[in-house]
Design a protein around this ligand. Sequence first.
Ligand SMILES: [Mn+2]
Length: 438
Amino acid sequence: MLQKIKSVIDKIDLLSKQKPIKVISHYDTDGITSASIFSRVLQRWKKKFSLQIIKGLEESFIESLPEDHILIFLDLASGSLNYLKKKKTPVFIIDHHEIVQEIPENIKMINPHLDNAEIVSTAGLCYLFAKSLSSENKDLAPLAIIGMVGDVLEKNIGKTYDEIIKDSETIIKKGILLYPSTRPLDKTLEYSSNPYIPNVSGSYKNVLELLKETNIPKENGRFKALYELTEEEMSSLTTAIMLRCFKQKNISDLIGNLYLVKFFNKLEDARELSALINACSRMDRPEVSLGFCLGNKKCHEEAEKIYIEYKQHLVSALRFISDSEKITGKNYEIINARDQIKDTIIGTVASIISRSPIYEEGTIIVTLAYNQDKIKVSARIAGKEGLNVREVLNKVIVQIGGEVGGHPNAAGCLILRAHEELFIQELRKVLDIETIKV
Ligand SMILES: [Mn+2]
């Protein structure tokens, strides 16, 4: 893959002498960190470029892209090769999503799937690109770690990530995955919403009781942060939290590695930074998180504010869902939020409720939210076992049109608002048949 990266560097160098560059990146944490790394690199490389952040790649958007620019896609486009084939300009794709079509002449691609290489998120690939170009770019390595955590790739670390972890001087500590792990423990526990700890999240009195039970004392007037705990303290805290969360699904996911990155001279929790970046995009302000990733202080302050708003937004969305009317069948539930929940957060909401103990293992949850003249559909499965929800959506979509993305246990699609009733009707038919089979 490194060989391919070098050849792409040479090609971009040559072509950029004739045409300016247009970079298009995805709006999630991996996309934003990728865009940050890549724009810093282009700036240091003295290339003329513009940057656009998008929610998803649609055919009409590709058609509208200028052909007097070199097009570089980050963290998307691997599934849109047939549309990009028609562009009369060189196209480069740096991405880690699956490739489903033949690669056309005009497209050069860096994608670990092509080389059977370790799956690294796009921010990681952009970092490898940056480092190949100049060792001066090694300071961008923490962004690659944040992208990795954003895409939840930190559970299977291979050689490539080992190297990026080394370059970024990231500190890894095993333990319970609460964040931020850099804040005094009482505060982290009180405000913890992911995971939500029953009777502890939101209750300072019960937080203090839990800390007393685990024998973690205050030192110099404050509680230690999670990353400062001794092994023994970490293990008793983990036990205390697991006991309170035993009813939740995927409880083993609560344990793993904490990643502490040096970010603009401060030790920060990569999960917390990832959540902050994600929040800005979901609230339609990706330019703020981009500025934050590039070290802009004003953007940092603004991002913190947006992060708080985002959390309030999530809470009211969850409240809306618990009060709203649902379509319930054997082993499934359909929730149509219409314009009451933003399309950018409906997927997160669906994920949160799919982990809640109120659903039986294997229950399918499908949520809908309006996005202008379209509807964003998200499907999840409660727990780890059950139907392949991507296939379920596919069966409905082939009849009414659209494209399904995602995985067997978390998938989504975009449909026309004009098809709202038809979609729900067909979805119920498919679910009624499929759940009988189970
Ligand atoms: Mn990604």
